[in-house]
Ligand binder design. Sequence first.
Ligand code: ARG
Length: 458
Amino acid sequence: MKKPWSGRFKGATARSVEAFTESVSFDARLAPYDIQGSIAHARMLGQQGIIRKSEAGAIIKGLKEIASEVGSGKFKFKEALEDVHMNIESALIKKIGPVGGKLHTARSRNDQVALDLRLYLRDEVAQTISLVRSLQKSLLKQAEKHLGLIMPGYTHLQRAQPVLLSHHLLAYVEMLERDVARLQDAQKRINVLPLGSGALAGTSLPIDRKAVARELGFDSVALNSMDAVSDRDFALETVFALALVMTHLSRLGEEIVLWASEEFSFISLPDAYATGSSIMPQKKNPDIAELVRGKAGRAIGNLMALLAIMKGLPLAYNRDLQEDKPPVFDSVDTAKASLSVIAEMMSKVRFNKSRMYEAAAKGFSTATDVAEYLVRKGMPFREAHEVTGRIVAFCLKKEKELHGLSISQFRLHSKLFRKDVLGCLSAEDSIGSRDSEGGTSFKQVRKQIARHKRRLSR
Ligand code: ARG
């Protein structure tokens, strides 16, 4: 097959080389963006008198036809034409004749592919943000519905202090909020037009880059042509933001796995969101959560791959850059799929109120409250910690919980204890007292819910 660059070549490309160098098997998905960019480019060429208006019209008409063939799946991409760009250009020439060959005036595949990737990411990042929002809404709904449900909060995976389940779920809403902010920040740098940079040095033809930027909805044009064709920062930071989204989902996944275990039994998953074992008939496994946790590894790997691809590249374009697409696409696909399935699952999880409460009430999780009681009575915290530690040891010896001690047993350890200490020993008491800003008290958690609701309804 004749290549668009065949002029200086005498021999044909080896089959193995075609197979090795092609990218159309994965960059074909950029076709709609490639065509969108080409239409804007052709219109600008016509407006600037670089080609005739009628020629631009014919090119645009042909490109629109190709777009609908791509949309309906009729378009046949050919490996021998290397990439999405050359496939579309040669289909255009086939369709409208040699005038189609004017489309690539004042353009290179180097600025073209940078443009395509930016248009693609602009779309995908916007979609990803709305999927993050949906997950936030699903967590928020559960937090609202189950306000009042008490569970143990953990450090080192050891029971630490009682918290509201809502507080725990809203922690993820916060993480996801920062993820949104990071993605939005990346959007600013994605939305810059590289087209018009040519291969690397700009062009001698009188193009109008601002017109193209306007038509394509870019905020600005890239101001250094060498940077514009070789920069992939925008993709890198997006892939980083996605890796962090996946890291957050993975932590949630890990908790789902734990909570669904017989040992915890804090939640049960609806049948639709669990899978079974091919050998052990009793099993109901949290595979979604596990897969999300596993896929986070892929997302992190993609980030490392892209950093490694970039780190040794001299200016400007190098073919290595073609290797940017598989990790970028994979990160986008992985994050989107994970976000939507986790959002679905989280809206259907059933929480086991009594199991959670039981666990929160046991294990001396209100020991800090006892220490803070002594602090309120004037004892230095360090001393209060020590005294309370001795009370816990006493409980362990007597096989009792803190709320099982009598007031005289408390007073064995400090004369500062009065009857009112018995009012700070339950999980409810503990939660009620944690009213510092951002704490787990009902009042604080209600405030969080209201804030997120306001934000998410905008
Ligand atoms: N398929 C190439 C890529 O993805 C397009 C740019 C090719 N440019 C070149 N000078 N060979 O990077």
